[in-house]
Write a protein that binds this ligand. Structure first.
Ligand code: PLP
Length: 408
């Protein structure tokens, strides 16, 4: 019999959102008249911006006309028009990258999960705890050992390097999912210096960069001196512009982009240097189907003046929800991070409750669904995540219920 990849045996038994879904379904079956408000999964609720929809439709029409039809995209890196638009976007916040360094992806999850393919299985991995589960799962599947650095209440959920570790890969996420914390420039500089000293590569997940409004906070790791020598950056249009559902129907995929500096190198088994970009493109050439033409045109529209205006209005809507949420927790005197430059609020469960007990209490007594922090790592236990991606009406109603429940 063919042998399975033994790495799968080390994965956690059930995925967090599957367990949440099971408990919610059981509650609904027992309470058919429920008025559940879902603030668990970080999925958006507002429609795509009109300028994005128009671009997607126009491109879909082009696909039905002989002269403008497009088949396979031969480079697999994304169309030049979108790579140039992304490079232009970086310029708007003071970072110079070449369009050649931008690779269009079908979402940040794919690239976060697949990037490990180009590293040796002997490289150690550092992940902050708590973390977006994809970093750990993909490396466990790849047979690599994962080490954790602690994000805790004491360090504001901004884990810093452990000098006793010498990892090949480091995953950082800022603004962070789940904690909503954002690294300062000074903190990221410490990580960059540490990575250069240890010849590590930082995989910087900037899926939520568009939610940063404080101009002193870095939106990109490439705002930090030295980062081009040691980092790649993975970004997404899922939350920035509501692309979570563009994978459905005729349009095919969701969309993101990864920035890989041309000078970033890995070491070959014989000790020579090889370009990171070359290895990643080789991997993608064999295993990645690319992003559909209509979705790439829709993504291009996000980076136009009108697209920026319309998508930022939606982000402002979500951040108004986040404000309602943070004001509620301020009022209740409950400790939290996030909610200011991030669409997540991460708060301490009341009365020392563990996060699954609080999940059940919130579901049963307030009919509000959130995400137990324990699902993101051991430091998440006793903490809880709510998202600001709901409708404004639901957010206001949910916060009234939370207030009633917690001020009892
Ligand atoms: N990275 C982080 C930190 C996320 O929270 C998410 C989605 O929730 C992703 C990546 C996935 O992004 P995408 O929808 O582009 O695959």
């Amino acid at each position: 019999m063919a042998k399975m990849n033994p790495g799968f045996l080390n994965l956690k038994k059930s995925y967090l959102f599957i367990e949440i879904g099971k408990r919610v379904r059981e509650y609904i079956a027992a309470h058919p008249d429920n008025k559940i408000i879902k603030m668990g999964i970080g999925d958006v609720t507002q429609p795509l911006a009109p300028v994005v929809v128009a671009a997607m439709k126009k491109a879909a029409d082009e696909m039905g006309v002989k002269e403008t039809f497009r088949g396979y995209e031969d480079s697999g890196k994304g169309y030049d028009f979108l790579r140039e638009a992304v490079a232009g976007y970086y310029k708007s916040f003071g970072v110079t990258i070449s369009p050649e360094e931008v690779l269009i992806s079908d979402g940040a999850k794919s690239d976060c999960g697949n990037i490990g393919d180009i590293f040796s299985e002997n490289e150690d991995v550092v992940v902050t705890d708590p973390a977006y589960p994809v970093y750990v799962d993909s490396n466990v599947m790849g047979g690599r050992t994962v080490h954790y650095v602690n994000s805790t209440e004491d360090n504001g959920f901004a884990a810093m390097p452990d000098e006793s570790m010498k990892p090949g890969l480091i995953y950082l996420c800022s603004p962070n999912n789940p904690t909503g914390s954002v690294y300062t420039k000074e903190q990221l500089k410490v990580w960059v210096d540490y990575a250069i000293k240890n010849k590590s590569v930082i995989i910087f997940d900037a899926a939520y960069e568009a939610f940063i409004s404080d101009e002193t906070l870095p939106r990109s790791i490439f705002q930090i001196e030295g980062a081009r020598k040691c980092a790649i950056e993975i970004c997404s249009l899922s939350k920035t512009a509501g692309f979570t559902g563009t994978r459905l129907g005729y349009t095919g995929t969701r969309c993101g982009y990864t920035v890989i500096p041309e000078e970033l190198m890995l070491e070959t088994p014989t000790g020579e240097e090889i370009s990171f970009m070359q290895l990643w493109c080789r991997r993608q050439g064999s295993k990645f189907n690319g992003v559909s033409y209509p979705v790439q045109r829709a993504a291009e529209a996000v980076f136009t003046e009108e697209g920026y205006k319309q998508t930022r209005a939606t982000i402002a809507y979500y951040m108004q929800n986040a404000k309602v949420m943070s004001e509620t927790f301020d009022e209740l005197g409950i400790k939290y991070t996030g909610g200011k430059n991030s669409p997540y609020i991460w708060f301490k469960c009341p009365d020392g409750m563990d996060s699954w007990t609080f999940f059940d209490k919130l579901l049963n007594e307030a009919e509000v669904v959130g995400t137990p922090g324990a699902g993101f790592g051991k430091n998440g236990d006793g903490w809880f995540r709510l998202t600001a991606f709901g409708t404004h009406e639901n957010t206001v109603e949910a916060m009234q219920r939370v207030k009633k429940l917690l001020s009892k």
